[in-house]
Design a protein around this ligand. Sequence first.
Ligand SMILES: [Fe+2]
Length: 237
Amino acid sequence: MKIGLFTDCHYCKAEYLGPTRRPKLSINKIREAMNAFKSNNVDIVFCLGDMTDHDENSTKEQIIECFKEAMSLIKSYNIPFYLVPGNHDYLVMTANDMEKEADFKIPPYTVETNTHSFIILDANYRSNMVRFDKAGVQWTDSNLPPHQIEFLKNALNTSTKRCVVLVHENLDPSVDKMHIIKNAEQARDIIKNCQKVSLVIQGHYHSGKESTIDNIPYITLPAMCEGESNSFRILEL
Ligand SMILES: [Fe+2]
């Protein structure tokens, strides 16, 4: 099967955010990615988070509009699509806002296909195990709370297929330290010991990174919002 991937669009109406991010360009990059996914007969599409962002002039209504615009563009291609939430998605919107405004599913959950189980996790929790939308976003303090860890264990134990784990923040310990999930080692041990995981996919670390850990590929996708070039990806599993 083929999966389509992109991450960290940071879509909003700002021309620049910081020296390198071009958030306004992301809507056309999403369109370009979806066109490529469609012409390559991709079966499922995942965005690894940070769909939206904002600058000092943005209102909550404008951010929700950008979110809805991106989500309805993606949905118009009629390819199954799942958004793995990122820290920026929780800056202004809550999980319930995203669920209400567009077709957002609150993690953890599993997407089953004939050949694979895709396990979608949310590490947007502070050390006190309260999610960012209630606790306030602190991008350097991401954690997988006990209920997400339990979900991962159960999903892996019960799956009879090859498993793919998706999460916005990083399980790969070789990226810049601030981006790594605080209890990443605990999750990596579970992933290693079950011997069913064929791939781990992450976003968040904008440069991107590819590692092999315990013989499992850990892919961190480069961020779509960086510069003028696009960075979507199609993988054949
Ligand atoms: Fe990001």
